[in-house]
Design a protein around this ligand. Sequence first.
Ligand SMILES: [Zn+2]
Ligand SMILES: [Zn+2]
Length: 257
Amino acid sequence: MPDKTCSFSLDHYREILQTAKESGYEFLLFDELLSTAEQCCLLRHDIDYTPEKATEFGKIEADLGIRSTYFFQIVAWTYNIRERASYQAIRELSDMGHQIALHFDVTWRGASQWEELPNLCTKERELLSHLTGLDIPDIVSFHNPGTYANKVIDKEVAGIHHTYEPRYFSAYKYLSDSQGWYEGCVCKLFESGKYPRIQLLTHPYIWWDDPHSDFIENMSALINMRRDQLTEYMIEHHPVCTKNQDQLRSFVKSDLK
Ligand SMILES: [Zn+2]
Ligand SMILES: [Zn+2]
C-alpha cells in the first residue's frame, strides 16, 4: 500500500478499512460474535448529526465487502429520520447490506427512572422499525453513555442489549473518533495488530472529502453547511424569503462575525 496520510478524510477512511482487511481483520455485526476469526472488528457508527454523510461511509464499506451497524436516533434535535434525505440514507444503507439500529436517548421526556429504560428502549426500537420499515436488531448504542456510565459501561443491563456490555466492551479494545483519536490513528493499530479484537466507533459527520487539519475548523464547517442549507430551504419554502432572497442572504452572512 502507498504511504498514507492520516486525517479525517474519506479517502483515509477507505485506507483504514483496507489496512484492516490486509492485516487479517474480519468485520462482524453485533450478532456475529460466534465467528472464530482471530482478528476481528465490530464496526459501529453513531449518527448524531448528518444521516446523509453516513451513506458515503456505507458505500466505502460496501465496496470493500464490509458490513457495519448504523445507529440512528429517533429524538435527534439535528435531524428527522422521516425527512426525505435522512429516510433515503437509511434505506440506502440497508439496501447495501448494513444494519440499522437504535441510538438510544430518552432525554426527550425529561428525567426517566432507570427501571423504565428497558420498556422505553423496546418502544423506541419498535418506533424506529415503524418509521423506517426495517427490522431493527436487538442491540442499542446509548447516546452520551457518560450520563449512565456507572450503570452502562462494561455492564449488563437487564432487558437491553447494548454496545457497552462486557462481551462487546471489555472483551474488545474500544476505539472511538469522537474527540479525535486518543491512541494515534486507528490505521496504525490495525497495521500493527496490537489489538486483535476491536470495537471501532466512528461518527460520519467528522469525516470530509477534504477536511481541515483542525478539529474545531471541521465542526465550524459542519455548522456553516447546515446554516447555508437552512437559508436555501427558507428561500425555497417561505414566500417572503423567496421574494427577498438577496437581502436575506446578506443578513445571514452579516450576522456571522
Ligand atoms: Zn491513519
Ligand atoms: Zn450519540
